[in-house]
Design a protein around this ligand. Structure first.
Ligand SMILES: [Zn+2]
Length: 336
């Protein structure tokens, strides 16, 4: 469904911290993505040095922001999840037998994955937020490391769009909300998730082991692939996660005439789903999938920084709606 709309901005939306083509913001986005998608970070695959480097970078950047409190162990939540890994079969006779029986050429082995979530918060003044309500803003920081290309060569997949771009949003939303601390009506929790690419593992772990009760969380807003805006197009997922969401989302200011696709599915293929599954109305923003998805061509030179500014501003209106007012939406059970 495509919906274009022109709407009056409310006073709240005037707080949106950025405008399109904000050079300072673009510079910061660029610096974050440049680092996270660098050779040294090697595609930020869980249980590699690049994964640890990414976590350390995000913590370092968040700590530069005023009014921020690191949660967990100085910003870290250690994630340990049971996983099954594939052990390839090498015995030729067995391989033959397996092929004949149409069985896979590997055995599954039980292992434990060790990775991290980075978690921080900016609290509203107590007088504004007597019931300690919160919203969560999140993005996964991990990616897939190396993969085999069509020639069989191992190539580095940097994940500039997927999802260094989303992490850049989280850091910069933290910065802009810290400047509005006194106006906050709810606490804001910022999370960068590990191991999304392995099946939303970091977000699922957090949603099942939250560092602050999810019963007080009014909404979760996720960002996954926010750097490749084309023809002003963005997708907003999760509209089916709350009864009022379709009507509410049609009221947000769209001064840049974004071409909005609303995807209703509450159980979509990224981290908002983990929070939806735990009873939280949850949404996710993206500048949509592209032919460089999960390839060595997902690099910083393809990032549309002006588009990032525009989406940051638009989604900032949504965040402000929940962070600077007492507005809430009602969780809706969905089958999809
Ligand atoms: Zn992603």
């Amino acid at each position: 469904m495509k919906i274009r709309h022109i709407l009056a901005a409310t006073a709240l939306l005037m707080h949106t911290a950025t405008t399109a083509q904000n050079t300072n913001l673009s510079h910061r986005f660029k610096a974050h993505i440049d680092t996270l998608a660098s050779d040294e970070y090697a595609g930020r695959k869980p249980q590699t040095k690049g994964d640890t480097l990414a976590v350390n970078y995000i913590i370092k950047e968040l700590k530069k922001i005023g009014n921020i409190k690191m949660m967990g162990d100085d910003g870290l939540q250690v994630v340990t999840v049971p996983i099954k890994t594939r052990v390839p079969i090498t015995n030729k006779k067995e391989l033959k037998a397996r092929a004949k029986a149409k069985k896979p050429a590997y055995n599954l082995k039980d292992e434990t994955l060790h990775t991290f979530n980075v978690v921080a918060r900016i609290d509203a003044p107590d007088s504004n937020n007597p019931n300690s309500e919160a919203i969560i803003i999140g993005a996964h920081y991990d990616h897939i490391g190396y993969r085999k290309n069509s020639k069989g060569d191992s190539v580095l997949v940097r994940g500039a769009d997927d999802n260094a771009s989303g992490v850049a949003f989280i850091i910069e939303y933290a910065r802009s909300l810290s400047e509005m601390k006194n106006q906050l009506q709810r606490d804001v929790i910022f999370i960068c998730f590990g191991a999304e690419e392995m099946g939303l593992l970091g977000s699922k772990y957090y949603a099942e082991n939250p560092l602050d009760s999810l019963s007080k969380v009014v909404t979760m807003i996720n960002f996954d692939m926010t750097g490749r805006m084309k023809n002003n197009g963005i997708t907003i997922r999760g509209l089916a996660s709350a009864y009022e969401a379709p009507a509410l989302f049609s009221t947000f200011a769209n001064p840049n005439d974004l071409d909005l696709i609303w995807e209703f599915r509450a159980k979509g293929p990224t981290d908002y789903r983990s929070f939806y599954d735990q009873g939280v109305p949850s949404f996710s923003f993206s500048t949509r999938i592209h032919s460089d998805y999960h390839t060595e061509r997902d690099t910083i030179d393809k990032i549309n920084f002006e588009g990032m500014d525009i989406l940051f501003s638009y989604a900032g209106g949504v965040i402000n709606h929940f962070a600077l007012s007492k507005s809430r939406v009602t969780y809706r059970k969905s089958t999809r």
